[in-house]
Design a protein around this ligand. Structure first.
Ligand code: ATP
Ligand code: MG
Length: 341
């Protein structure tokens, strides 16, 4: 008998539709989502409006990647019978909630957000920050609260955004005089931030330093080959550094044989273990992880009509949920109503 989840806690997460998902998403978020869908009511948001906040010059990319990200979800094992997948731009209640919440946060607070600061730097905006980009944490607060989510499984970079959401929740609740909105908790896995193959702090779709879940065997091999290691470890016999060495960080994230990894690290530190040998091990682990994901993805990609139907059904369900929250917030804040002033 299926377990009754009608009272289970609600989860909302999502991804910007800026490109196919990568193995950073897998360790940072997708892996937990697949597990949590068995015990929670889970919604996944294809965040195309958020993607537009730094891609207004390329809406075609944002549009195209809605389906690409949906395929990635299905490929890693998100089960549409357990998880509702929906499209942000088709949920007008989210935009309306964003407009209301914008009055409960200051520009100074938005500018102080450490994640936004990092992202502004990485994107080289200087002072030309799109207003939508600066305000995307508010739209994210709308997303999380509209679904009444109490749990948000995310990578480490998202923690300040959840904090920002909860500040807005408290202000709205304070204004309305009751616990109208739910505070959310970020669930961050052991490895909450996978670095890029170039050694940069975060693997990211927008930085060209990612291994996509849909990578071919050859792409994987080449990415591992190019991977940043210890620049001072020239000969295999030299002692090497494990900290900040991406190949070892990835082994920590993906190799299930912890004893073997500890032994390799010790050998690398002592000297006598070449980069090529460690990379060969990582390559075979990633090939094994990604082969079934790639195959499932290709199978779903052959049936885009099926995927579109899933998105239609999921978005219809999400529309009802988010509209109900908007109605409550509107009346909680005492907005004018044509039904009675
Ligand atoms: P973009 O560069 O367009 O911002 P992204 O790769 O940062 O894309 P997002 O869609 O912004 O991906 O992030 C979606 C989710 O994946 C978030 O919960 C984020 O924390 C997580 N995530 C993204 N990159 C990583 C990473 N390298 N390691 C761990 N988690 C990650
Ligand atoms: Mg991001």
């Amino acid at each position: 008998m299926p377990i009754d989840l009608s009272q289970a806690p609600i989860i909302l997460t999502g991804d910007r539709t800026t490109g196919p998902l990568h193995i950073g998403h897998y360790v940072g978020s997708l892996r937990s989502r697949v597990t949590l869908q068995d015990t929670h009511r889970q919604f996944l948001l294809l965040a195309d409006l958020q993607a537009l906040t730094d891609n207004a010059h390329d809406p075609e990319k944002v549009r195209r990647n809605v389906l690409a990200v949906a395929l990635d979800y299905l490929a890693v094992g998100i089960d549409p019978a357990k998880t509702t997948i929906c499209v942000q731009s088709a949920l007008p209640a989210l935009a309306e909630l964003t407009t209301l919440y914008l009055n409960f946060v200051s520009v100074a607070r938005l500018e102080r957000n450490p994640t936004i600061k990092d992202e502004i730097r990485a994107r080289g905006f200087g002072r030309d920050i799109p207003a939508g980009f600066l305000c995307y944490p508010v739209s994210q607060a709308a997303d999380i609260t509209a679904f009444r989510a109490s749990i948000v499984p995310v990578g480490e970079d998202q923690a300040p955004l959840i904090e920002q959401t909860n500040e807005i929740v408290r202000r709205i609740n304070n204004q309305t005089g009751r616990a109208l909105l739910v505070e959310a908790e970020a669930v961050i896995p052991r490895i909450g931030r996978l670095p890029g193959i170039d050694g940069k702090a975060k693997m990211s779709k927008s930085q060209g330093n990612a291994i996509p879940l849909s990578a071919t065997p050859d792409d994987i091999r080449q990415a591992v080959h190019r991977m940043y290691t210890d620049p001072n470890h020239v000969r295999a016999s030299d002692p090497g550094t494990v900290e900040g060495n991406v190949v070892f960080t990835y082994l920590d994230a993906f190799d299930t044989d912890e004893t073997a990894v500890a032994e390799l690290k010790a050998q690398y530190r002592r000297g006598g273990l070449g980069d090529v040998a460690v990379k060969r091990r990582l390559d075979s682990i990633l090939q094994e992880l990604l082969a079934p994901i790639r195959e499932r993805r290709a199978a779903y990609a052959r049936d885009p009509g099926y995927v579109l139907d899933l998105l239609r059904a999921g978005t219809a369900k999400a529309k009802a949920v988010t509209q109900a929250t908007l109605d409550e917030v509107r009346s909680g804040l005492g907005l004018f109503s044509l039904d009675g002033g």
